[in-house]
Design a protein around this ligand. Sequence first.
Ligand code: FAD
Length: 225
Amino acid sequence: MNVSFFNAGAVLFGVPDYVPALMSYVEAYGIALGFQHRLVAIDGSRKLARFQRILPDGTTTTVEHGFDMIHVVPPQTAPDFIKCSPLADSAGWVDVHAGTLRHTAFDNIWALGDAANTSNAKTAAAARKQAPIVAHNVLASLGLEHGTACYDGYGSCPLTVERGKIVLAEFLYGGKVSPTLPTWLINGTRPSRAAWMLKANVLPALYWEAMLKGREWLARPAISR
Ligand SMILES: Cc1cc2nc3c(=O)[nH]c(=O)nc-3n(C[C@H](O)[C@H](O)[C@H](O)COP(=O)(O)OP(=O)(O)OC[C@H]3O[C@@H](n4cnc5c(N)ncnc54)[C@H](O)[C@@H]3O)c2cc1C
């Protein structure tokens, strides 16, 4: 089977430290990479996908590729009720300060998760760290807590590269690699069985029993006084 990967962006993954591990799988699986390809139409009956391709000189051209099976990921966007509200920035996300997560124009509004315009990877792992920060800062604004909690951009992408192995990307604002566990246990820049075990056996309990019940001591934010 011929496998192609088309991406509207210019790189395979935004944090360079994780690219070599991912590229080794691209090569092993014989995947043809195509960057700067934006999907514009699919002809289902002829099994053809049409892309607008940006050329190195900045001009665009239209190219078509056939497929047997196609997996399409739509561009990330905020829901309309946010995008069309005064809370949104020009791209449609809730406009907050990157550290405090407080709205840039409305003092009594904070935002976290995918809808916020912070530049972290939009992941549940990020929302997990952001929730206690917003909770602290809301309480502080009500005079019930002291100091300011500050979000560092932490996000995590467990990238499944084969059955039983994961590349565990964890990074902060600016693409700074930030592993939670010591690298002798899980080196996130390499595919590992330990990362798979973490995702399959540990994280579900963390999500259901700790994070969603607000009992997540590991996600406590640093407070500046
Ligand atoms: C395929 C896939 C795999 C992923 N894998 C991972 C992973 O391995 N690790 C990880 O950390 N993250 C992962 N993510 C990302 C993660 O799911 C999101 O970052 C996370 O769910 C964001 O949480 P949120 O609460 O901000 O938004 P959401 O989970 O999108 O919640 C928003 C909620 O608002 C509701 N809503 C929308 N409009 C309205 C309205 N008008 N009124 C009321 N409610 C409304 C929606 O129905 C939804 O329930 C993955 C995402 C996808 C799509």
